[in-house]
Design a protein around this ligand. Structure first.
Ligand code: SF4
Length: 249
């Protein structure tokens, strides 16, 4: 197993090692999709027969819809993840705004960006306005990055995806289009039926939906730490459990 800085490094590895199969684990939200699809486009250009991708991509708008549709929903406003919107813009969100009538604010990741995003959301809530604010306008436009979106849609299509701790959300993922089957590791190695097992202790699904806090989890800081994470929200430094573990104990 190799850690690479860019998906194109995995393509270069495949090019240098024609006798080996190179599989790139293509994961993430909309943010990481453009470089991942570019690796497939590049492998196709090079005519590589030993490069494939194992795709586990997820999309934000269907996940938001699933949370807002829950009868237990407590979310009153959304900070939209600015890095996702830098690629996708925020033209996908007005239908959610219409349907669920809660404010949303595109928010960057620097400390001041977060504070600005929270302030804008609170101001919208207090004024009773249902709008999409953009507190990250230095990086995000309504339309987003069209060439990146075109590349994504050339290689990926929407598909159902299972989210750790939540379950399957319809059309919340991206998968390779059939015309790129030769680069699909699931088809090349027939591993599509392998399913992950979730820890029975983990309540990450409830945390992701805003129903519980990380310290409500009996495993928090005991069986589950950033060194030994049991759930998705403890893995990434952006995850709620990891943030509580690092800053909130
Ligand atoms: S503390 Fe760990 S086990 Fe508990 S909800 Fe968070 S990720 Fe899951």
């Amino acid at each position: 197993m190799r850690v690479v800085y860019s998906p194109l490094d995995a393509v270069a590895l495949a090019e240098k090692n024609p006798d080996k199969q190179v599989v790139f684990f293509a994961i993430g939200f909309e943010t990481t999709a453009p470089p991942n699809v570019m690796s497939v486009i590049q492998a196709q250009r090079l005519g590589l027969k030993n490069y494939s991708v194992l795709v586990s991509h997820v999309r934000v708008p269907p996940a938001m819809k699933a949370i807002l549709s829950s009868p237990h929903n407590r979310v009153q406003g959304f900070l939209l993840a600015g890095h996702v919107n830098a690629v996708m813009g925020y033209h996908e969100y007005p239908p959610l705004l219409e349907e669920f009538q809660i404010p949303m604010v595109v928010t960057g990741f620097e400390p001041l960006d977060i504070v600005q995003g929270i302030l804008t959301t609170v101001q919208l809530l207090e004024a009773g306005k249902v709008e999409i604010g953009n507190a990250y306008s230095r990086a995000v436009t309504f339309e987003g990055l069209k060439p990146a979106q075109d590349a994504i849609h050339k290689v990926f299509m929407e598909c159902d995806r299972t989210w750790r701790g939540i379950g399957e959300i319809p059309m919340s993922g991206w998968c390779l289009r059939p015309e790129f089957d030769e680069f699909n590791a699931e088809k090349r190695f027939n591993v599509g039926d392998i399913h992950t097992k979730e820890s029975s202790l983990c309540i990450a699904g409830q945390i992701l939906q805003g129903l519980k806090k990380p310290h409500d989890c009996p495993a928090f800081g005991k069986e589950c730490t950033t060194e030994n994470p049991l759930g998705a929200t403890m893995v990434s430094s952006e995850g709620a459990c990891a943030a509580y573990y690092k800053y909130g104990r």
